[in-house]
Design a protein around this ligand. Structure first.
Ligand code: FMN
Length: 188
């Protein structure tokens, strides 16, 4: 497991293709995604799966909803929609939902981020390519409407899953010495 974590990296989104995880495989990854620290056991996240023909139907919904937008905005949005919803065979939208009460919102958002990372890690451990993205589809009101994301919710991540032959070289990782310090009374 440590060796996997030491070498894992995201697959380039353009390389993600069929086959995606089976339904049973995906449910296993989603169960792992739901096994994350969650202060107060609020389950402050939920998952929307888009796969198969639903990808095209959803894309069409979004494009149709942009009918009255200026043509250049519509064209740009259409390209973004296609990139996110028609390339990877399986898309999981991790929705963060803040539950009112004593637990700070930031902690609930962090729990949603942990769910995103567990999903990416689980799929990667099973040999699938994965990439955690956001962008237009995570923030635009038209996307929120099509995905039925409520006003009290936000998108923590859109996780693209599929088979990949992505061989991109690793990216630069931070030098631990620049981000780790050992507390001592004279630090400042
Ligand atoms: C919250 C969040 C949102 C991201 N959104 C995007 C995005 O919209 N587009 C993109 O190309 N990468 C995005 N990334 C970065 C990708 O996940 C990227 O491929 C990743 O940082 C590569 O990291 P890795 O090599 O450690 O897997 C996002 C990352 C995070 C954590």
């Amino acid at each position: 497991m440590l060796a996997f974590l030491e070498s894992r990296r995201s697959a380039a989104t353009a390389t993600l293709r069929e086959p995606g995880p089976s339904e049973a495989g995906l449910r296993r990854f989603l169960a792992i995604a739901a096994r994350v620290p969650d202060h107060g056991a609020l389950t402050p996240w939920r998952f929307i799966v888009v796969r198969g023909e639903a990808r095209n139907t959803l894309s069409r919904h979004m494009i149709d909803a942009l009918a009255s937008a200026p043509p250049e905005d519509r064209l740009l949005a259409e390209q973004k929609i296609k990139k996110v919803f028609t390339i990877a065979p399986v898309i999981v939208i991790v929705v963060s939902r803040i539950v009112a009460g004593d637990i700070p919102a930031v902690e609930q958002t962090l729990s949603a981020g942990a769910a995103c990372m567990n999903l990416v890690t689980a799929a990667g451990a099973a040999g699938f390519g994965a990439n955690w993205i956001t962008g237009w589809a995570a923030y635009h009101p038209v996307a929120h409407a099509a995905l039925q994301i409520g006003p009290e919710e936000s998108v923590a991540g859109i996780i693209l899953l599929g088979t990949t032959d992505s061989t991109q070289p690793d990216r630069a990782r931070p030098d631990l010495d620049t981000i780790v310090s050992y507390w001592n009374p004279d630090m400042n």
